[in-house]
Ligand binder design. Structure first.
Ligand SMILES: Cc1cc2nc3c(=O)[nH]c(=O)nc-3n(C[C@H](O)[C@H](O)[C@H](O)COP(=O)(O)O)c2cc1C
Length: 239
């Protein structure tokens, strides 16, 4: 492990009798929702909440798929994948499909649409509360997303690339430095739900941790400090 890796692990360890005391500042509680005011909105169809492929079959079948054919995805599939990863599954407490440390939900989902029926190419943000997409930037983003994904060609050929960022303060507010462990766990769970749901829909997918951070942040238009890209996933029909 590198020195900075070791130091990070040490500094964020919980030691019995010496847990950092954090007094929650409720006047600055971070919102769990990001809004793109004035953005074009695309309402997603309601996701399927019953049935589907048997879980054990899905777990056995899932593999990382890096080559996709030209078949388009459709908006029902996009809706299902977003719901299975970040959708609200309990309205009263606003809990989501994937667990999150302290229920703080620091991870945001962006979607690069390349080849989806009746959806223009572009970068969209998933508005969790309303289960809708918000257009962040129109146009063909294939080159940009591929460069951000360490030039991995699958990002160019995939009909859709999910991009997950983190607003650190949502979790730091409660967990201080320890939050930097939890956010990667959170996004890992989201990634697992994505590839599980993808397999259940008969789609191939591949998670991407190897990315050029700065270029990934430029893609979604964030500064890399308050909000930064942490993970991606390509999804499409297997070649
Ligand atoms: C955190 C993480 C990052 C990954 N990053 C990449 C990546 O950048 N490129 C890639 O081709 N696969 C990536 N993968 C996929 C792994 O290579 C893959 O899961 C592994 O080879 C096992 O194969 P399987 O997923 O088919 O079981 C990543 C997986 C994880 C969990």
């Amino acid at each position: 492990m590198t020195d900075s890796g070791k130091e990070f692990h040490k500094k964020t360890s919980y030691i019995r009798g010496n847990i950092p005391r954090v007094r929650l500042d409720w006047t600055h509680e971070p919102s769990r929702y990001k809004e793109y005011d004035g953005a074009k909105k695309i309402k997603l169809p309601l996701p399927q909440k019953r049935g589907g492929a048997p879980l054990w079959d899905v777990i056995k079948k899932r593999r990382s798929i890096r080559k996709y054919n030209n078949k388009k995805l459709n908006i029902r599939e996009i809706s299902q994948l977003l719901w299975a990863t970040q959708g609200i599954t309990e309205r009263s407490r606003e809990f989501r499909a994937t667990p999150s440390a302290g229920g703080l939900y620091p991870i945001l989902t962006y979607v690069v649409i390349n080849n989806v029926e009746n959806l223009d190419a572009g970068l969209y943000h998933y508005n969790v509360k309303n289960h809708e997409l918000q257009l962040v930037g129109a146009g063909d983003k294939r080159e940009q997303v591929t460069r951000a994904a360490l030039d991995q060609r699958m990002a160019f050929n995939a009909p859709v690339v999910f991009v997950w960022s983190c607003i650190f303060q949502r979790s730091v507010w409660k967990y201080s430095e320890r939050a930097y462990r939890y956010i990667y766990m959170d996004v890992g769970h989201i990634g697992q739900s994505m590839v599980t749901a993808g397999t259940a829909l008969g789609l191939g997918s591949c998670l991407i941790g190897a990315l050029y951070d700065e270029e990934a942040n430029e893609l979604i238009g964030v500064d890399g400090e308050g909000e930064s890209v942490v993970y991606m996933c390509t999804v499409g029909h297997s070649e």
